[in-house]
Design a protein around this ligand. Structure first.
Ligand SMILES: [Zn+2]
Length: 165
């Protein structure tokens, strides 16, 4: 993979947008990853829990269909399924972690494969009342794997559990 440049988009950006050597496509269906443990598969997504996070419960929801860069690249039915999966993760995160707010980030400025960062926010998190920078979010020691797997189990239970209606 090309080195991150000081400013500007990576030199192979158009190839990345097209999915060439996409690391997220490559890792689909492979369970735990270097940076995250597998939680469950949604209808059209895979859900992972980040190993390094300043806020407990930070999940990444990844589109598991053929490579696309943005939600606008999806057909309407697939786009609806994608958002329903994202919302389901948001509900599970609220049920398990009781955050004061949940942030939904669609970035993909380095790996442009459709995914959404579901980031719970807390009263005492590193940037109360404002956006949490990437550095503050992930530049912390990894959570022990045992704890992450326990949390993944709780999230799965929240998703499959009874709804309020
Ligand atoms: Zn991809």
């Amino acid at each position: 993979m090309a080195e991150r440049e000081e400013t500007g988009w990576p030199s192979d950006w158009s190839e990345r947008i097209a999915g060439k050597d996409c690391p997220m496509c490559r890792d689909l269906g492979k369970g735990d990853k270097e940076h995250a443990v597998h939680v469950y598969d949604g209808t059209v997504t895979e859900v992972h829990l980040a190993r390094r996070t300043a806020v407990r419960g930070y999940c990444v929801v990844t589109w598991k269909g053929p490579h696309v860069a943005d939600p606008t690249d999806l057909a309407p039915d697939d786009a609806a399924r994608y958002w329903m999966d994202v919302l389901e993760v948001g509900r599970a995160v609220r049920a398990v972690y009781d955050p004061v707010k949940v942030n939904y980030l669609l970035l993909g400025n380095w790996v442009p494969h459709l995914h959404t960062h579901v980031v719970p926010r807390y009263l005492d998190d590193p940037a109360p009342g404002g956006p949490l920078s990437w550095e503050r979010l992930v530049e912390v020691p990894p959570t022990p794997a045992e704890q992450l797997h326990r949390e993944a189990e709780a999230l799965r239970a929240a998703v499959s559990g009874p709804t309020s209606d």
